[in-house]
Write a protein that binds this ligand. Structure first.
Ligand code: GLN
Length: 559
C-alpha cells in the first residue's frame, strides 16, 4: 500500500492545540488498524530544544534513542503506540545544517544553494525517510501560517502533494473562531484570512478544524466552507474541553477519521473508542478521593515546562481512581520563611528535573520537610540529586554536601563523570535516552515495578558520586536501582518512611493514560493513603479538612 500523508497546520494564533490534534488523529487512525507515524517540524534555527530555557520552550521531551525534542512528541507517544525516534523531530536548524554541510563537501556540484529546491528537498527527504513503510504519516508543521520561518516547510508540503499525488495527501488546518460578546457571534474572519494565507502559497486545506468555546452552528460552518473553498462537512468544530483525553472522542463523534480515510481512499473500519471513554469517565468521577501533590520547581510560571510530569501524575490518579490536584510551588519562595505553612495540606511532594542553582535551597528544604514529616516524596533527576544532598547534610553530617553543578567548593556528593568533564559543546551532550537499570529485589523500587530489570530515559549531566555511597547507605539510604554497565546510581529510597523514592531518570516520559507509569501510580497511591488517613484523623478530632478548589489547568492549548 502506498503511504498516505496528513499535514497539520495552524492559523490565526499559536497554542490552539495542533499537537493534540495531530496526536488525536493518530489515535483515531490506529483505532482503524492503520500503522502510523507522527512527525513534528519546528521552524526555529536551534538544532533541537535541548539548549533552550524552559521558559522559552516548555518541556524538552526525550525519546528512547536520546533525542531532545518538542513537547508535542510527548502527546504523540501518550496518545498512540508509536515509538518515536530522533528523526521524528525536525527543526529548520537541522535542515540548514545538513544542506550547508553538503555544500561544504561540494555535493551540489557548483550550483547555487537555495531555499527552493535545496532546503525544501531536504525537508521532503526527511518526511519520506520517516514515513517509509507506514500506512500513514501525520506531519505537524510548527508555528502559525503567515510566519516567515515556516514558509520553507509550507512550500515543501505544497510540493509534496504534486510529488506523491493528490489522492495521497490531506491538508488539515486548525484555526480559531473567537466569540465576540458585543455582537454575540462566532467570528469567521480570522479563519478566512488564515486560509487565504495558505492558499496564497498554494495550499488548499481539505479540512478545517475550528477551535471554539461553544458549539459550531451549521450556518457558520457553511459560511466558512463557502469563503474558504472547503466542503461544509469538512468544517469541523474543535470545542474547548476540560480534559485533553476527550479530544479524540470529540473528533470521533464528528467522523473526522471516517472523512479523512475516505478522502485518502483507505478502506478501514473504526473499532469503538470505549477505552478512551473509560479514561475520561474515570477522571470525571474519581471514586477513591483526592490526593494533593506539591510540585516544587522554578519554572512554575510556565507549567508547560512540566507537561509530562503533570500528565504522568494524572495517569497515577487514573490508576488509583482518584483525583490528583497539583499545587505548583515556586522553590525560591521556600528558601526562607515558614515551610510548614507553605506546604500545608499536601499529601505528596515532588521535585522534578531542573538545571542551575536558582531555587535549590528551597527545594532542599521541601525535601527535608517531606522526609521528616513522613510525606510521600518523589524526586526526579535533579529531585534525586537534591534528595541525596539533603540526606548527606542532615543525616550524614556532611554539612558541605553539594553538587558541582551549582558550587565550586564543598563535598561533591553529586559530580561530573570523567566523560562529562571533557564536554565542550553543550548541545546534545548530556547522558540522554534509554539505559538499563537493575533493581534490588525486595526494595520499594522492585515492588513498584514488579520487576528487577527496567529501561528508563535520561537527560542529565551530573551523577551520584560513588565515593559517598558507603557512608550514605550506612546512614539508612538505600540505592535500589543501579545502571549495571556504568555502575551509577539510578534510584534511591529511604525505607524509614511511608514512600520516599527518587530516580536519576525521567519516568514521566513513558507514562500513558492506559498504562500509568508504576512510579507515578505508586506515588499517587501513597499520597492518596496519606490524604485518607488525614481525613480520618481530622474526623476523629472533629476538625474539617480543607479541600482545595478546582483542578489544575486542563486546557488543550498547546497543551
Ligand atoms: N541538572 C542536573 C544534571 O544535569 C539534573 C538534570 C535534570 O534534572 N534533568 O545532572
Amino acid at each position: 500500500m502506498k503511504t498516505k500523508f496528513i499535514f497539520v497546520t495552524g492559523g490565526v494564533l499559536s497554542s490552539l492545540g495542533k499537537g493534540l490534534t495531530a496526536a488525536s488523529i493518530g489515535t483515531l487512525l490506529e483505532n482503524r488498524g492503520l500503522d502510523i507515524t507522527i512527525m513534528k517540524m519546528d521552524p526555529y534555527l536551534n538544532i533541537d530544544p535541548g539548549t533552550m530555557n524552559p521558559f522559552q520552550h516548555g518541556e524538552v521531551f526525550v525519546t528512547e534513542d536520546g533525542a531532545e525534542t518538542d513537547l508535542d512528541l510527548g502527546h504523540y507517544e501518550r496518545f498512540t503506540n508509536v515509538n518515536l525516534k530522533r528523526e521524528n523531530s525536525v527543526t529548520a536548524g537541522q535542515v540548514y545544517e545538513t544542506v550547508i554541510a553538503k555544500e561544504r563537501r561540494g555535493e551540489y556540484l557548483g550550483g547555487t544553494v537555495q531555499v527552493i529546491p535545496h532546503i525544501t528537498d531536504e525537508i521532503k527527504d526527511r518526511i519520506h525517510r520517516v514515513a517509509k513503510g507506514r500506512d500513514v504519516a501525520i506531519v505537524e508543521i510548527g508555528g502559525t501560517v503567515g510566519d516567515i520561518e515556516s514558509l520553507p516547510f509550507l512550500e515543501a508540503i505544497r510540493q509534496f502533494r504534486n510529488d506523491v499525488g493528490d489522492e495521497n495527501v490531506v491538508f488539515v488546518h486548525l484555526t480559531l473562531l473567537p466569540y465576540l460578546g458585543t455582537s454575540g457571534e462566532l467570528k469567521t474572519k480570522p479563519t478566512q484570512h488564515s486560509v487565504q494565507k495558505l492558499r496564497e502559497i498554494g495550499i488548499q486545506p481539505d479540512f478545517l478544524l475550528c477551535r471554539t468555546d461553544r458549539a459550531l452552528p451549521a450556518d457558520i460552518a457553511k459560511k466558512i466552507a463557502l469563503f474558504c473553498n472547503v466542503r461544509a462537512e469538512n468544517v469541523i468544530g474543535a470545542l474547548d474541553v476540560s480534559n485533553i483525553y476527550e479530544v479524540p472522542l470529540k473528533y470521533f463523534e464528528q467522523g473526522l477519521d471516517e472523512k479523512i480515510t475516505r478522502r485518502l481512499g483507505l478502506k478501514t473500519r473504526a473499532k469503538g473508542l470505549q477505552k478512551w471513554a473509560k479514561v475520561v469517565e474515570t477522571m470525571a468521577s474519581p471514586r477513591s478521593g483526592t490526593a494533593e501533590i506539591g510540585l516544587v520547581g522554578k519554572y512554575v510560571d510556565l507549567t508547560e515546562s512540566y507537561k509530562s510530569v503533570t500528565e504522568a501524575l494524572i495517569h497515577g490518579g487514573i490508576a488509583n481512581q482518584c483525583r490528583v490536584l497539583i499545587r505548583y510551588i515556586d522553590s525560591e519562595l521556600l528558601e526562607k520563611g515558614d515551610i510548614a505553612a507553605e506546604l500545608k495540606g499536601l499529601n505528596g511532594i515532588l521535585v522534578p528535573g531542573a538545571f542551575g542553582h536558582r531555587g535549590v535551597e528551597g527545594k532542599i528544604r521541601a525535601i527535608r520537610y517531606a522526609r521528616e514529616k513522613q510525606i510521600p516524596y518523589l524526586g526526579i533527576c535533579f529531585g534525586l540529586q537534591l534528595a541525596l544532598i539533603e540526606f548527606a547534610r542532615s543525616v550524614c553530617h556532611l554539612q558541605k554536601a553539594t553538587s558541582r553543578e551549582f558550587s565550586n567548593t564543598g563535598e561533591f556528593v553529586i559530580d561530573l563523570m570523567e566523560d562529562q568533564r571533557q564536554v565542550q559543546r553543550l548541545g546534545g551532550s548530556m547522558r540522554l535516552g534509554s539505559y538499563l537499570c537493575k533493581l534490588t529485589p525486595g526494595s520499594l523500587a522492585a515492588a513498584t515495578y514488579g520487576s528487577t530489570q527496567i529501561h528508563e530515559r535520561h537527560r542529565h549531566r551530573y551523577e551520584v558520586n560513588n565515593h559517598y555511597r558507603a557512608p550514605l547507605s550506612k546512614a539508612g539510604l538505600v540505592f535500589s536501582g543501579i545502571d549495571p554497565g556504568l555502575q551509577l546510581v539510578e534510584i534511591l529510597e529511604f525505607p524509614k518512611h511511608p514512600w520516599f523514592l527518587a530516580c536519576q531518570f525521567h519516568p514521566e516520559f513513558k507514562s500513558k493514560p492506559f498504562s500509568p507509569h508504576p512510579i507515578f501510580a505508586g506515588f499517587v497511591k501513597a499520597a492518596l493513603k496519606a490524604s485518607l488517613t488525614r481525613t480520618k484523623d481530622s474526623l476523629k478530632r472533629g476538625t474539617p479538612v480543607r479541600r482545595p478548589e478546582g483542578h489544575s489547568h486542563r486546557s488543550w492549548a498547546r497543551a
